[in-house]
Design a protein around this ligand. Sequence first.
Ligand SMILES: [Zn+2]
Length: 339
Amino acid sequence: MTALIYSDEYKKHDTGNHPENQGRLNAIMSSLKNEGILDKIDIISPKPATTADLLRVHSKSHVEEVKSLCESGGGYIDYDTFAAPESYEIAKLAAGGAIQTADFALKNNEIAYSVARPPGHHATSDKSMGFCIFNNLAIALEYLKAVHKIKKFLIFDFDVHYGNGTAEIFYNDPDVLYISIHQDPRTIFPGSGFIEETGSGKGEGYNLNIPMAPSSTTDDYIYILDQILEPVASKFNADFYFVDVGFDGHVDDPLSSMALTDDFYGYIANKMKNIAGNMALILEGGYDLNALSRCNVKMINTLNNIMTEDYYKQELNVSENTQNTFNKITDVFSPFFEF
Ligand SMILES: [Zn+2]
């Protein structure tokens, strides 16, 4: 990895003692500093996305509503999504950070990482929700389409929540393959992300959900991702890769019931690097500050070839739920992909 896109300005999205607060980015940045990682990579300050950038993804009314709420002092957009007076400007900065991350990765044929907040993957084309104001990744993707004429994209999202906003935005688009592994939607926000949600119209077959039972482990994730990611990515043959990076599936995370260990973040970094080569990583969730710090270090060190992955030395212990989920995915996706 050669660039990290970050600004201290993100702290102005001041959510108080909300679980999604600036303490998260402070924890990540200070652990990267303590580990000497910040000395080895470029830190780039983001520039805000323009209104035109936002409008490639969001409705004018959505953008105007956020702007006017913030101008009138801010407040809750819904029961769990807060906007401070500065949040409109900072949400534009987070979207601009995603654009710069994608732009850097493309131009330099490298890996770049946007460490930003507010996060984005729950924001739909016309609604802020789930701590997300604008959909940072979707805005960066549409920028690459419009400005650099990139055609085919693969998005892999391993945040523990389904990225319903990202899925909705590209639901009819056969040139954007969205693959999400997340906690079973019957047990967690946002309540969607079932296997049967496969995309619609021309986009049918290009929305691949991997819902995992609560308490699924690193072994369960490796078992299923090893069999799905490579064959699907190789058949789809994307021009550019985004990874929605969420650390809230960690066993210590307060917002989920998943049982991932630190090892998962090394595994997935290695796996995506092998599949994609250059790619843009976009930060989403992760709410246990210690796990968030350690797993970011592990992910980045793996991307920088500082750690090698020895996970395969163990035999995988896989639950029946996970085997059933894999079987169901192969059934539902058999018209589209071979596993
Ligand atoms: Zn999440």
